[in-house]
Every structure is written in C-alpha cells, then in structure tokens.
Design a binder for this molecule. Structure first.
Ligand code: COA
Length: 326
C-alpha cells in the first residue's frame, strides 16, 4: 500500500498589485524589489474575501481533479496564519462548504512551514485504515496583516490558497520517502505579529501602533532561512539515499528568489528542477507550496511516479522538508 496525491487545486484572487503600484505607496522602486526579492507582482483579495473563502475554492478544485466528493474526505487540515477567526477554526468552514460530513479537522499554525507540517500529519494519518482521503489546505490573506506603510515588509506578501488531497493507493512505491521537521523558539522575535493574541490583546494603542501587522528582521530571517532549508534538504536526501539529480522537482517555499537560489546552489539543484513562481505571487506563506504543487501538476511538470522535494521555513522558527513520490 502507498499514499499518493489524488488532486490539487489553488485559488488566486484577481486583483494584482505590481511593484510599480508600490512606488506610489512607499519609498521603493520596481528595480529594488525585483533585484532583492525576484517579486514582480502579487495578488490581493478583496475586503469581503477571507482565507477560508480562498481555501474553499482551492479545495473544490482539488476535489474535482481527484473525482471525489466532500463526503469522501476523512480529515480537513487548514494551514494558515490568517485564519478567518481565532475560533471556530477555518477547517470547520471548509468542511461545511465542501460537505465533508465524515471528516474531523483542525487548523495548523506553523507559518510558512504549514504545508510541510501538514504533509507529515497526512502521511501518518493515512497509515490508519479508518482514514481514506485527507484534504490539506494552505490559505492566507496576508494583506489583512500587512502594514502598507512599511516598505521593509509590504512589498513581500500576497494572498492565495492551495489544496492537496492525499489518499491510500495500491502502488507501494508512492508515498513519503523521507522528512525532516524542526521548531526552534530562540528566534521568535525576528518574525512575528506582536499583538492580537492573549499576550497583547487588541487595544486602541496596539491598533494605532500597527502591532497587528507583520514585523520582521529581514536580513536575519534571510540567513536563517537559507541555512535551515539547505540543512533540511540535505537531511532528507541523506535519509532516503536519493540522488538530487533524480528529483523531478524541488519546490521551495516562495519567499524570495535569492533565498531559493541560494538553497538550490547549496544542494546542487539544476535550474530545470527548480520550481519558482514568487515573481507572480510574492510570499503567500502556508499557501505557497500547495499553489506550486497545483501549478506543477496542471502544467505537467510533475506527474504520477515523480519524486519531489518540498522545503519551507517560517516564523517560529519552523522549518522542514518532505521528499515524496507523488
Ligand atoms: N524598497 C527600497 N528599499 C528598501 C525596501 C524597499 N521595499 N525594503 C528595505 N529597504 C532598504 C532598507 O531600509 C535598507 O536601507 P538602509 O540600508 O538605509 O537601512 C536597505 O534597503 C537594505 O536592506 P537590507 O536588509 O540590506 O536588504 P536585503 O538585501 O537583506 O533585502 C529583504 C531585504 C527583506 C528583501 C531580505 O532581507 C529578505 O528577503 N529577507 C527574508 C524575508 C522573508 O523571506 N521573510 C519570510 C520568511 S518565511
């Protein structure tokens, strides 16, 4: 028995914010953003649209690709840092919208590493016979927590959602080949949303000080991200004995093209193996890897039986890699 991906889906809101749009908002330039990040544009959800709404659209597309009904799903996991509410969880909203009447579910908080963590859970759950198909969503409305007066952060983030359905299959070769997951709270201050939780509940002051938006030490984050992601990639390659040259695709979390290229360089990934779409969407946190997976399947860059390495890094710090045969 193996586990494979039966369907993927994604949802990208229509509205585009280009680098040129930012030139009218903060002291920046298209040239600076392109050369430092590789980002050209990002998509922004309209005010009335939530992360849950985007997750639902992505989930429906994944169900359609898989040829499944909501009632076939045994578990719904939504990775997000921008849930619709503190409670109920966003997974409940997805569950009811797709009619997953036989599922349990929860939200997973691991920032940009959300999909890497979710995959670990999905592969573990599917070892148990009572779970048949698991729906993973990564959904973010980062525009709702972005300070559009802070040039250090506002140019980096975008909105979107991706979904992946995994299930058991007869092919023994399909499944998780290796994984390497980490968490380390030593650096919790370098990337955080300072207010709005029980530590600093919302007050007029926290709103005025824009403490409900992303605060980040960019340079420090950059260095930690490259080291952590390269280390996790090496760990899964070592554990599995897979040669990097035999991978069909390497799908890194899409935060910054320079981070992606530095990681790729350290593990000797060829250009044709590297999946990059940060130019179109910016950093969509937990949504970035499932959006990439969906684009990779729909464009034919990833096909059943291929080996893919996914790697991510995010606030926490959280980081990790998954090496799978899809
Ligand atoms: N436009 C123009 N200048 C900007 C700018 C912008 N949008 N954002 C920052 N700058 C300025 C800084 O203020 C700094 O100016 P100073 O030297 O006068 O203080 C200067 O550019 C250089 O900043 P620096 O931090 O050296 O740039 P960098 O090469 O490290 O790139 C980031 C900045 C944010 C793009 C980069 O550090 C990064 O991508 N970090 C990781 C972010 C990330 O991935 N976070 C999520 C992880 S999941």
């Amino acid at each position: 028995m193996g586990v494979r991906i039966f369907g993927t889906g994604s949802y990208i809101p229509e509205k585009v914010l280009t680098n040129f749009d930012f030139q009218n908002m903060v002291d920046t330039s298209d040239e600076w953003i392109r050369t430092r990040t590789g980002i050209v544009e990002r998509h922004i959800a309209p005010p009335e649209m939530s992360s849950g709404d985007m997750a639902i659209s992505a989930a429906r597309r994944a169900l359609a690709m898989a040829g499944l009904q909501g009632s076939d799903i045994s578990a719904v996991i939504v990775a997000t840092t921008t849930p619709d509410h503190v409670f109920p969880n966003t997974a409940s909203l997805v569950q009811v919208a797709i009619g997953a009447e036989n599922a349990f579910g929860f939200d997973l908080s691991a920032a940009c590493s959300g999909m890497i963590y979710s995959l670990e859970l999905a592969y573990s759950l599917l070892l148990q016979k009572k779970y048949r198909y698991v729906l993973l969503c990564g959904a973010e409305k980062l525009s709702s927590i972005t300070n559009y007066e802070d040039r250090n952060t506002c140019v980096l983030f975008g909105d979107g959602a991706g979904a992946v359905i995994l299930g058991r299959c007869d092919d023994d070769n399909s499944g998780q080949l290796a994984s390497d997951l980490h968490i380390n709270g030593d650096y919790e201050d370098i990337l955080k949303l300072p207010a709005g939780g029980s530590r600093n509940p919302a007050t007029h002051e926290t709103v005025e000080q824009k403490r409900h938006t992303i605060h980040m030490q960019g340079k420090e984050t950059f260095k930690l991200a490259v080291n952590a992601m390269a280390g996790a990639c090496k760990a899964v390659l070592d554990e599995s004995g897979v040669d990097v040259g035999d991978l069909k695709l390497v799908i890194p979390h899409q935060a910054n093209k320079r981070i992606i290229e530095a990681v790729a360089h350290r593990i000797n990934v060829r250009d044709d193996q590297l999946f990059i779409n940060v130019d179109k969407y910016g950093n969509t946190s937990a949504a970035s890897i499932p959006i990439c997976l969906d684009e990779a399947f729909r464009s034919g860059r990833l096909q059943r039986g291929d080996m893919a390495l996914m790697v991510a890094f995010g606030a926490g710090l959280t980081w990790g890699a998954q090496l799978i045969r899809v």
